[in-house]
Design a protein around this ligand. Structure first.
Ligand SMILES: [Zn+2]
Length: 344
């Protein structure tokens, strides 16, 4: 039995010596050779043989001692070879400075942000100020003050995300009209645009639950519908191109009277292709809603003896028409091929 203990001690010394060799050498090849020898010869052959002797030993103390030495050897091989392997890995990771640099994809302005910038620029030229409003609105600002009382059918077309305490995510930028008039307490003229994010319960190729609108409001002593037509015609000619035709169609909105929808001529087919997919052969594309501010809206904010016009347009829709994008969801996804296209 004593022989077995001596043999185990010798084996331990041998293993320690080999590990020292592996640590000292600079050659990875040498390191690999020693480690694989330790694992195959010592860990898989010699140690299991020695462990077999333990059950045959009768003296308890000697049994314990032999077990202890053998376990120490096992642990030394396992931990040290791991350390040496890791050291190798770190060295291996050092960069090769002779390689070419990696090209990084340069970020660009999002098409929607760019179109918002263009819209603001044109209206600012006409003297409109940019006004902001909260995205979480009260029912009063989003509906009631805009002549959409509870139970009004127009609420069905603008289903949204309702929060607690009669609050909701705004369905349009029109609440900013009310806030702007309240803030100015009857002072005129008011000439603002309100770009911003709005929310609805929609999701398909042309509708997204989150999208952007630009609202416009002009209030003064005497404002005519022809002023509204002039402002919008100027805007769309600057935004699309000088040769674009602008058309106004009678329509209905609760907060304007009379109301109109605004169409621009199709830039793809110029109204000459009956099977044009963009305008569906009509030659025109709907781009905005507008009208003269409804007297009920002025009543909500206690404005008297004033007139005004208001308009609203969808930024994604304008972006899609201007840059010929056929699915709104592309604007909110992360398709790099789409965003790498040059738009501006
Ligand atoms: Zn067309």
């Amino acid at each position: 039995m004593k022989d077995a203990i001596d043999e185990a001690k010798k084996l331990k010394e041998e293993v320690i010596r080999k590990i020292e060799e592996a640590t000292k050498t600079d050659s990875d090849e040498e390191k690999n050779k020693i480690i694989s020898e330790l694992k195959s010869k010592y860990l898989k052959e010699k140690l299991p043989e020695m462990f077999k002797i333990i059950p045959q030993t009768k003296e308890v103390e000697q049994k314990k001692l032999l077990g202890k030495i053998l376990n120490e050897i096992k642990e030394i091989i396992e931990t040290k070879s791991k350390e040496i392997e890791e050291q190798k890995k770190i060295e291996f990771k050092l960069p090769d400075i002779t390689l070419d640099g990696r090209t990084r994809f340069l970020g660009a302005t999002h098409p929607v942000s760019e179109v918002m910038r263009q819209i603001k620029k044109i209206f600012e030229k006409m003297g409109f100020e940019v006004e902001d409003g909260p995205e979480v609105e009260g029912d009063w600002y989003n509906f009631t003050a805009l002549n959409i009382p509870p139970d009004h059918p127009a609420r069905d077309m603008q289903d949204t995300f309702y929060l607690e305490d009669n609050r909701l995510l705004r369905t349009h930028t029109s609440p900013v009209q009310i806030r702007a008039m309240e803030k100015r307490r009857g002072k005129i003229p008011i000439k603002i645009i309100a770009p911003g994010r709005v929310f609805r319960r929609d999701w398909d190729a042309t509708h997204s639950p989150v999208f952007h609108q630009v609202e416009g409001l002009y209030v003064d002593k005497k404002v005519r519908m022809s002023d509204l037509f002039g402002v919008l015609e100027f805007f769309f000619k600057k935004f699309f191109s000088e040769d674009v035709k602008v058309r106004f169609r009678p329509s209905y909105f609760p907060f304007t009277e009379p109301s109109a929808e605004v169409d621009v001529s199709c830039s793809i087919c110029k109204g000459e292709n009956k099977s044009c997919k963009v305008c569906k052969g009509s030659g025109f594309l709907e781009v905005a809603g507008c009208g003269m501010v409804h007297p009920e809206v002025f009543r909500s904010v206690q404005y008297t003896d004033v007139q005004g016009f208001a308009f609203g347009m969808g930024v994604e829709r304008l972006t899609m028409i201007k840059y010929n994008i056929d699915d709104i969801r592309l604007l909110f996804g992360s398709n790099f091929t789409f965003f790498k296209r040059r738009y501006f």
